[in-house]
Design a binder for this molecule. Structure first.
Ligand SMILES: CC(C)=CCC/C(C)=C/CC/C(C)=C/CC/C(C)=C/CC/C(C)=C/CC/C(C)=C/CC/C(C)=C/COP(=O)(O)OP(=O)(O)O
Ligand SMILES: O=P(O)(O)OC[C@@H](O)CO
Ligand SMILES: [Mg+2]
Length: 235
């Protein structure tokens, strides 16, 4: 699975709890993006997830489920991304739901399809921050310490810098980037056009674009080329 994400530069995140028309879905799936990540922090059900998967499958683009609710684990995805929120004091979002997931699915878990994501949640006004009680007031160095833990102590394949809903603090993005040497660094949050897409792509291995799909599809589509044309800046 690590190999699968190695060449992901641009990813669209689609929320099963939000409506998307067929024309817009086709445009997203045929945009040249590297993958579709299906996920949201609230309102995700087995029904809305399997419906969205079946629609995406018509287009043949790689499609992964980002598991956020144990009742909405749908078979048939190419991969299963498992978030672990590293900056919450609540162990439920680090290991609690995960342990229950393993207890529940046991021998049926296709481990080779699972990828753990070390999330650092930094926008206090996001649904995911509220849900998980994340400590969003971290300094750049504190966020980088979380990234070191994920990257080196836990050896997670993905460090996910999450600003869902607003563009991140560039100093923090740079400091976190410098802390990650083994994992793939995902960045998501407030990428709403080519300029932000380029900046994010210069600082992260993979850029995730979500909300703008639902408010301005043309600007969302413009992020694909912008990311693809940008080189990652690493010192
Ligand atoms: C046979 C078969 C297919 C078996 C499947 C095997 C499998 C995958 C088993 C599961 C095993 C397992 C370990 C499960 C873990 C379950 C779980 C619920 C873990 C907790 C995950 C977690 C920390 C969730 C918190 C929320 C979160 C980080 C969600 C990620 C997505 C995200 C951040 C979306 C953005 O949210 P959005 O709603 O868009 O926010 P805005 O409103 O701000 O835009
Ligand atoms: O929705 P936006 O703000 O683009 O963020 C993308 C993604 O990181 C959300 O989990
Ligand atoms: Mg969203």
């Amino acid at each position: 699975m690590r190999q699968m994400i190695e060449n992901w530069r641009h990813v669209f995140k689609l929320d099963p709890d939000r409506d998307i028309g067929e024309e817009e879905l086709r445009a997203v799936c045929q945009s040249g993006t590297d993958a579709i990540l299906v996920g949201g922090s609230t309102g995700v059900t087995y029904e809305n997830t399997s419906l969205l998967l079946s629609r995406i499958q018509d287009y043949g683009v790689p499609c992964a489920l980002e598991v956020s609710d144990l009742t909405a684990v749908v078979p048939g995805f190419d991969a299963y991304m498992i978030p672990m929120v590293l900056n919450t004091p609540d162990p439920a979002w680090i290991i609690g739901h995960h342990r229950r997931g393993v207890e529940r699915y046991g021998d049926f878990i296709p481990w080779e399809l699972l990828l753990a994501e070390g999330y650092i949640v930094l926008n206090e006004n996001s649904a995911v921050a509220r849900l998980t009680g994340a400590d969003t007031g971290l300094s750049a160095d504190e966020a980088a310490a979380c990234a070191h833990v994920a990257d080196k102590l836990m050896a997670l394949p993905i460090v996910y810098l999450e600003y869902s809903g607003s563009f991140g603090d560039v100093e923090t993005m740079k400091t976190v980037r410098d802390a990650v040497s083994h994992a793939r660094l995902f960045y998501g949050g407030g990428v709403a056009g080519p300029d932000q897409a380029q900046l994010a792509a210069s600082l992260a291995d993979t850029v995730v674009v979500g909300n703008i799909v639902y408010s301005d599809i043309e600007r969302a589509l413009s992020t694909v080329e912008a990311v693809k044309q940008t080189e990652l800046f690493k010192e």
